[in-house]
Ligand binder design. Structure first.
Ligand code: 3PG
Length: 314
């Protein structure tokens, strides 16, 4: 049954609450697995343009097969739908590649600490480019977000400028993606799952020529041989895992976006980052100084204050 994106179902309905809880838990779990395999792949095979492309290709293929076999009902779309999807796909592509480039240069935890400041970017873009005004508490809540991220960044032991800028560009791109997404989906009846499928396909078309131009088959072939000689033939399954889990976590996140408000979504997304930060620090045993952790905690707390301030102001 197609559900319109952006329609908020009253959350007090108890069955609905359980459903959202299951979506959130699944989204976070899938995201943790994606982040772990993505980083394992990037450590052995540092070609973020190719791994980003493979994630989108895998998702596109999974959805095409689902439509052809009738596992999922194909959406009914027109030219207008694809036209309005283009800016969303462009922003999704930039945000995805930038985050992957970032994670190829720095610890996963660092990328996600910087990415937890996405709400601050949302307020800045809305105020500067869309002329929106927010209540004072919303602006004040940006101070701990920006200050906490800055503290975490300057005390990061493995700081790298490309890693930092990649996460910042990803923040900016995803804010635009969310704004265009909302505009593009207004009044359209495409389910969250199919909307994300179409988004993957268009992003794949956008990214492929750039991936070939920036990295290209020669680099990939040499890098692949090197990775397989280090890891063994199982390396291919790491790549498959990062690609499949990338699609699944995004699909579930778009399915939950169908059911909740964008604000609840952004709070869920920040909570997701806490699980990723903790899991990746444990698994990759990244060295972390207490002041670094304090910066991350302040930034994440700032996001919760932001969501409270925004909710009471709207
Ligand atoms: C990506 O590769 O696109 C990023 O890891 C996505 O970041 P997200 O956590 O904002 O979905």
């Amino acid at each position: 049954r197609p559900i319109k994106i952006g329609v908020e179902v009253p959350e007090e309905q108890s069955g609905q609450k359980v459903k959202i809880g299951i979506y959130f838990a699944t989204w976070w779990a899938l995201n943790v697995v994606f982040n772990i395999y993505n980083k394992k792949v990037l450590n052995a095979f540092p070609y973020p343009w190719l791994t980003s492309t493979l994630s989108l290709a895998c998702g596109s293929l999974m959805m095409l097969v689902s439509w052809v076999t009738g596992l999922a009902e194909a959406p009914k779309t027109d030219l207008d739908f694809w036209k309005t999807l283009f800016p969303v796909a462009l922003a999704h592509t930039i945000g995805h590649v930038a985050a992957t480039v970032s994670m190829s240069k720095v610890a996963v935890s660092f990328t996600h600490i910087i990415k937890s400041s996405e709400p601050a970017f949302s307020v800045l873009v809305s105020s500067l480019f869309l002329g929106e005004a927010f209540p004072l508490p919303v602006y004040l809540s940006l101070l701990p977000i920006i200050g906490g991220c800055a503290l975490a960044a300057v005390t990061e032991l493995n700081f790298n400028m490309i890693g930092f800028m990649g996460a910042m560009i990803s923040n900016l791109a995803f804010v635009f993606r969310n704004i265009f997404s909302k505009k593009g989906m207004k009044g359209k009846s495409v389910s969250g799952m199919n909307y994300y499928a179409c988004l993957s396909m268009m992003s794949l078309l956008i990214v492929t020529p750039f991936a070939i131009a920036v990295e290209g088959p020669q680099m990939w072939a040499a890098g692949w041989q090197n990775a397989v000689s280090q890891i063994g033939p199982n390396f291919v399954w790491w790549v498959v895992a990062q690609s499949v889990f990338y699609h699944l976590y995004n699909q579930v996140s778009y399915m939950s976006l169908d059911q909740i408000s964008p604000l609840t979504f952004s709070v869920g997304n920040t909570m997701k980052r806490i699980s990723v930060i903790v899991a990746s620090i444990i698994i990759f045993q990244n060295p972390i100084k207490p002041v670094n952790a304090l910066g991350a905690a302040i930034a994440i707390l700032g996001t919760f204050i932001y969501s409270q301030a925004k909710q009471s102001g709207s």
